[in-house]
Design a protein around this ligand. Sequence first.
Ligand code: 3SL
Length: 243
Amino acid sequence: MKLFVYHTPELTPTDMPDCAITVDVLRATTTMATVLAAGGEAVQVFSDLDQLMRVSESWPAERRLRAGERGGGKVAGFDMGNSPLDCTPERVQGRRLFISTTNGTRALQRVQDAPIVLAAAFINRKAVVDYVLSQQPETVWIVGSGWEGSYSLEDTACAGAIAHSILQQTDSPLDELAGNDETIAAIALYSQWQDKLLDLLHHASHGKRLLRLNCQEDLKYCAQTDIVDVLPIQRELGVLVAG
Ligand code: 3SL
């Protein structure tokens, strides 16, 4: 197995790996994992808000939830923004989440043609790592969502958490497992911050943006590791289910 970390969708090559893992710790992939862990039927991702509205219109109203986020805030006319804390079992059970966010949904679409597409965050890191180890894909890309084309500290730290755990559980030396320098840097970043991930989110520029929007509790939630045992896996183009 070779692991490659890419910091943003823009830095991700155009050919496809055997397995692509998209990461948006703050907050899209954390929200997706939470919805599926809470009994949501599926998560369907869109980069375009109008397209989301059109497609979801054909879905029964009582079995859908529309989530729209731009700039960290909820888009007018949508049921919710992108806070994982809004995704309680009472609210999401049996429903499909139709979601469009600034960066996370775009990152997922960037690698949607890979044979295996997963969504990962700190909260479901173990479920993702266990699945990758069970499947042993030859090439694994971990793609950070970043923020509008630029680097996000928290996504690279989560990529490092995944790579670090895979490294610990395989016999391969670091140089054999790591396919690019970014993978080694991500492992180093995670190793330094693993016991203070909430502090790291407070240092991150998007963390600061969310703090200005009073999302302190979201940061606390997103900083937790391995708290949900759920594998968001793409079943059809743009649709993720609990695997
Ligand atoms: O960029 C994204 O996709 C979002 O996760 C951003 S936010 O955390 O909802 O502001």
